[in-house]
Design a protein around this ligand. Structure first.
Ligand code: FAD
Length: 120
């Protein structure tokens, strides 16, 4: 199968911090842009929850809206405040895409985020 290999190589080179998680947001994969933006290595991130990135200053209602959308199979786009490994925070423009199995249940999520701090 050619496509999965090509897809992985393509994601590796996408200049947007990209991750794949299980249904609880536990990280299964991150691309090099994710490591570069957050300051964490792949080894430090795999198995951890995406909440590792939370600066804890984003209102909980934002996360509630996020989870309401994605658990019902809808794409969510929004902004939240993330914290890098070095403690610095940044404004993240995040898209979370639910990945459904053949029965339509959410099995995984793909997250993509950019640092938009400088744009504000
Ligand atoms: P949580 O314990 O997550 O709770 C916050 C609220 O979210 C709860 O009140 C609850 O209503 C809701 N909630 C949490 N888990 C579930 C669930 N399984 N089902 C239904 N509702 C739920 N967060 C970031 O801060 N930065 C990111 O870059 C980021 N990227 C993400 C990427 C992906 C692909 C996914 C799936 C999630 C991402 N998240 C991100 C969200 C993250 O998983 C946490 O929900 C968030 O960081 C809040 O963490 P918390 O520990 O403060 O609260």
């Amino acid at each position: 199968q050619i496509v999965p290999g090509v897809f992985r190589k393509a994601v590796e080179h996408v200049p947007v911090a990209t991750s794949i998680t299980d249904e609880h947001a536990n990280i299964l994969y991150v691309n090099p842009a994710f490591e570069a933006l957050t300051g964490y290595s792949q080894n430090e991130l795999i198995g951890k929850n995406e909440s590792l990135l939370s600066d804890k200053s984003t209102p909980v209602t934002v996360y509630q809206e996020l989870w309401k959308s994605i658990t019902s199979g809808q794409v969510w786009e929004g902004r939240l405040v993330n914290r890098r490994k070095d403690g610095s925070s940044y404004l993240a423009d995040l898209t979370v895409v639910p990945v459904l199995d053949d029965d339509g249940s959410v099995m995984h999520y793909m997250g993509m985020h950019r640092d938009v701090t400088g744009l504000h």
